[in-house]
Design a protein around this ligand. Structure first.
Ligand code: PGA
Length: 261
């Protein structure tokens, strides 16, 4: 587990985007797992900048989003499809046929969730999974007490998540209570996981995920089981970590040993 603490969210976003672009140079048909929310917006802005100013090609990239609200039309401005179109897909040249979302409307949802997993598998698996973390420790919409082995399925959102999300809904409109999300088991199969968290509101969740016991009560803690996971933090979200100084030395040594590893 790598814990990187940056002076700002912008610097973290630049670093994470740099990792994605480096992977894309190695593998033009990269498979990306994507997250929504305020946290990844900086990374997406950097990817758009790279496409526009350096001509970076996304035409062979495949994307799989983590989650989507149930029964919110793709045209609704709070749907995650709408969010992704606005903050990433409209600014890069990934073909719509290579963009995937979990099922969010209609019936046969469980069967279509299984198909979503199968679609991921058929690509050879997710190369890089971009993640945020909820203030309650959720990853995707895997709320506290989600099975650590869970797969893509429908979840009921907790009151905490509904409260966190209510800021996006105007005029008494209720946020959806149900969502379809990749499971924790699905996320753990990504080859590389990069979780970003910014601000003091995330400090408890970050501490529980990085230093707490592995527990379904903090789904982010399941990432301790992943062999290639980075937590990219700012000083506020890292403020409750007891080993902050140690993590800084780990990175220093990693840099020093780079040419020998
Ligand atoms: P945020 O949400 O990026 O808007 O903070 C993260 C999450 O709930 O996973």
């Amino acid at each position: 587990m790598r814990v990187l603490v940056f002076d700002s969210a912008e610097l973290a976003a630049r670093r994470v985007a740099g990792e994605v672009l480096a992977a894309l140079r190695e593998k033009p048909d990269l498979v990306l797992g994507l997250a929504t929310g305020s946290t990844p917006i900086g990374v997406y802005a950097e990817l758009i900048r790279a496409h526009r100013t350096e001509g970076i090609d996304f035409s062979r990239v495949r994307t799989f989003n983590l989650d989507e609200y149930l029964d919110l039309p793709a045209t609704h401005e709070q749907s995650y499809r709408h969010f992704m179109d606005r903050y990433l897909f409209s600014g890069i040249n990934v073909p719509p046929s290579q963009i995937h979302f979990p099922p969010s409307e209609g019936s046969d949802l469980l069967e279509r969730c299984r198909e979503y997993e199968e679609d991921i598998r058929r690509t050879g698996g997710i190369d890089i999974q971009i993640l945020g973390i909820g203030s309650n420790g959720h990853i995707g919409f895997n709320e506290p007490t989600s099975s650590l082995a869970s797969r893509t399925r429908v979840k009921t959102l907790t009151d905490k998540t509904l409260r966190d999300n209510s800021r996006f809904y105007r005029g008494g409109e209720e946020p959806p209570q149900l969502a379809c999300t990749m499971g924790i088991g699905t996320i753990l199969e990504a080859k590389k996981v990069i979780l970003q968290a910014f601000g003091a509101k995330k400090a408890d969740a970050v501490r529980a995920a990085v230093e707490g016991p592995v527990s379904s009560f903090c789904p982010g803690s399941a990432l301790q089981l992943h062999p290639d996971v980075s937590f990219c933090l700012d000083h506020e979200s890292a403020s409750k970590l007891s080993l902050r100084e140690y993590h800084r030395r780990v990175l220093e040594n990693e840099e020093r040993l780079r040419h020998r590893l």
